[in-house]
Write a protein that binds this ligand. Structure first.
Ligand code: IVH
Length: 685
């Protein structure tokens, strides 16, 4: 007998279930990763879920939905952004620049307005003031429908497509009590790491770099082609409601807690305090913590916590009476630009570097600053001998902001762009569409020197002991001419170095030997292919599984991989099309270099456990520690949250240790950590 229940074939409903399951898992794990900083699965496992969903949606396009987590790749470029009128104006904040002003402009004013006595202690919400750009997100029945920039506060630009590419932001809210209409405001920003990566890519490409992370975030968000935005790891912290219907909140803290429960990113450093003294203390703490945060903040924001009081206090012309921005002093200083030096990088880019009369900028002595390129020098009219304003703005390398023309004496001198490489004398050319000047010399010593240093460096082949000094000696003695020559070195070669002992020479050789079996991703990164950083190298190793497969990959195959764009793909292809490069690689393989492919032990005894390292480690390096943890299935994260399982504190551990103690996170010393690793790996045997 044949039974027929429904018209839909069984496999189709299975499919629906699987797709729903995959979407749920991807949203859940994205939140663990981006918002809680506590991933439960490895990147590779996440990628597997993601690619399964992409495949299914490609095969069954009728099952694709606009709020699927796969819809974050961006879409075709638009001519210009549509204007969006904010239902409630997006206000600005009045500034306070010191502690007295925080008290006067907020606490005293608020008490005056409310007729409260001086002695009254009000509840204030303290938040870091993110240095990015404000956006408004509109969720209707829990679904993200519109996102717009602040614009002039009344009308902004429609950046919905771009915002949708941000992986840290839910396209659908989760949890209970979701309002039918939720407008939420927040600050879009880029982490310092992401900013530096974008700028080094830009400099490699000969494009002008962004001056600071805020400009980089704005430039990335305001892309007419959202596919470019999709490749920039923009992040957001939500900080205020706009119009909300159907749910009400008693206070700012209530609102932020609800937002976090719905899956919206909220800065974990927010704090409610009682009395303005608490807000001043928070301002001091944040200023101290500023340098160790992975993103830029330019102050704190203090808000009257109660929404009833906020309403009572109302607004001045463009800013609320109930809040104030407490700005940090700028990290700028004036000094004299004594000379312009030329530095040649690994890819031949000749960068002008300002040599400055050393000056202290918030505790750091600055003697050099990048001038980026000659377009920049011309645009700012920078001359040798000028008095300039120098700024540390999120970047490790300070930048020259502007020239103080009023200090000119007439003795200042303009330095024209070089025609010849300062290092090898080859022609320097400006490639079309690039602002950078490039030395075209194939055997330009600094290019070779930098590529060998990079090859041996920590994130790459990690040849312990083979630091910059030894690489320079190897080159001087003409013992190496390219990276493959490293694997031909004999002990006697090292013995020719000044002050080289037998033991050190043996150690160096052993380290070279050990590097032969590094993971494939490190090997790919070590090759120094333009645009291939550590993360891209990982993606490539995972996608291709072997060097051979990668060497043969076509541009189409490469661009088919998530996060690999046309420029990167072309650069990889060009690298492997060079017979010189292929010959260096085959020499290495012939010397016994066998890049290995490792998969993380998902079932390791530390599976799902997260570690944060802080302070100066003396028993092992950070890389070694990371490897120990990852080999057993754990994760190493950069910031502490209440979800962190262990904080390992080295010498002079600072704010992260304080935070861990405050949150009750287990703190281990270096020895305790090693002991934990040993017991864990024994149990794992
Ligand atoms: S509240 C009416 N909170 O600072 C309240 N703003 O100088 C409006 N910002 O336009 C803003 N972090 O772009 C608020 N935690 C925070 C913030 C923050 C950064 C920015 C925001 C605003 C600007 C005002």
């Amino acid at each position: 007998m044949q039974l027929s229940f429904v018209d839909i074939p069984a496999h189709e409903s299975d499919l629906d279930l699987r797709i729903a399951e995959l979407r749920r898992l991807i949203v859940y794990h994205s939140q663990r990763y981006y918002q809680l900083d506590a991933p439960e699965i490895s990147d590779a496992e996440y990628d597997l879920l993601f690619s399964e969903l992409v495949e299914l949606e490609k095969t069954y396009p009728e099952l694709a939905t606009a709020d699927s987590p796969t819809q974050r790749v961006g879409s075709a470029p638009v001519d210009k952004f549509r204007a969006v009128r904010h239902r409630l104006p997006m206000l600005s904040l009045e500034n306070a620049t010191n502690e007295d002003e925080i008290r006067q402009k907020l606490d005293q004013r608020v008490k005056n307005e409310l007729g409260l006595p001086e002695s009254e202690s009000l509840d204030y919400m303290c938040e870091p003031k993110m240095d990015g750009l404000a956006v408004e997100l509109v969720y209707e029945n829990g679904k993200l429908v519109t996102a717009s920039t602040r614009g002039d506060g009344i009308t902004g630009e429609d950046v919905t497509e771009n915002i949708r590419t941000m992986r840290c932001l839910p396209l659908s809210l989760s949890g209970d009590n979701i309002p039918p209409l939720l407008e939420v405001r927040g600050e879009v920003y880029l982490s310092l790491d992401a900013f530096q990566k974008i700028n080094s890519d830009k400099e490699e490409n000969g494009e002008p770099p962004f001056a600071n992370p805020r400009n980089a975030a704005a430039g990335s968000l305001r892309q007419l082609d959202s596919r470019i935005t999709a490749r920039r790891p923009l992040a957001i912290f939500c900080y205020a409601p706009g119009l909300v219907e159907g749910v009400s909140f008693a206070s700012q803290l209530d609102f932020l807690e609800a937002a976090a429960k719905w899956g919206l990113p909220v800065n974990p450093l927010i704090r409610r305090v009682t009395g303005i003294d608490g807000a001043v203390e928070y301002y001091r703490e944040m200023q101290a913590e500023r340098e160790s945060l992975p993103y830029e903040i330019d102050g704190t924001v203090v808000k009257v916590d109660s929404y009833r009081l906020q309403q009572e206090l109302g607004e001045k012309s463009r800013s609320p009476v109930w809040a104030i921005a407490c700005k940090f002093p700028p990290r700028q200083a004036e000094t004299v630009l004594e000379d312009i030096l030329l530095s040649v990088g690994r890819t031949g880019v000749v960068t002008p570097v300002a040599q400055l009369r050393p000056v202290d900028i918030s505790g750091v002595t600055v003697a050099r600053a990048t001038l980026h390129n000659w377009d920049e020098i011309a645009a700012k009219d920078i001359r040798i001998g000028d008095t300039v304003v120098v700024e540390r703005a999120g970047d490790v390398i300070p930048a020259v902001v502007k020239v103080l023309e009023q200090h000119r004496t007439g003795a200042e001198r303009y330095l024209p762009p070089p025609q010849k490489c300062p290092e090898c004398g080859s022609d320097v050319v400006r490639i079309a569409d690039e602002v950078a000047l490039r030395c075209m010399g194939l055997s330009c010593p600094p290019q070779i020197r930098e590529s060998i240093k990079h090859f041996a460096s920590r994130g790459a082949m990690d040849i312990e002991g083979l630091g910059d000094k030894f690489v320079e000696q190897l080159l001087e003695l003409e013992l190496v001419h390219n990276v493959a020559d490293i694997y031909q070195l004999k002990k006697n070669d090292f013995m020719r170095f000044e002050r080289m002992g037998d033991k050190l020479a043996s150690n160096l050789l052993a380290a070279i030997e050990a590097s032969k079996h590094r993971e494939l991703n490190r090997f790919i990164f070590a090759l120094g292919i333009r645009h291939v950083g550590e993360r891209t190298a990982k993606t490539l190793a995972q996608a291709f599984g072997s060097l051979d497969n990668l060497e043969k990959a076509t541009v189409d195959e490469l661009t088919g991989i998530r996060d690999i764009g046309a420029t990167v793909a072309q650069s990889i292809r060009t690298f492997f099309d060079s017979s010189e490069n292929l010959s260096v690689i085959s020499q290495m393989l012939a010397s016994g270099v066998t890049p290995t492919v490792t998969t993380k032990k998902a079932g390791g005894t530390l599976s799902g456990k997260s570690f944060v390292f802080t302070g100066t480690l003396t028993r092992f390096t950070r890389d070694e520690a990371r490897k120990l943890v990852e080999d057993q299935g754990g994760n190493v994260l950069s910031s502490v949250s209440k979800k962190t399982d262990y904080v390992v504190a080295g010498e002079e551990a600072g704010s992260k240790l304080v935070k861990a103690r405050g949150l009750g996170v287990a703190v281990l010393g270096e020895d305790e950590f090693l002991a934990l690793m040993e017991t864990r790996s024994e149990r794992n045997l």
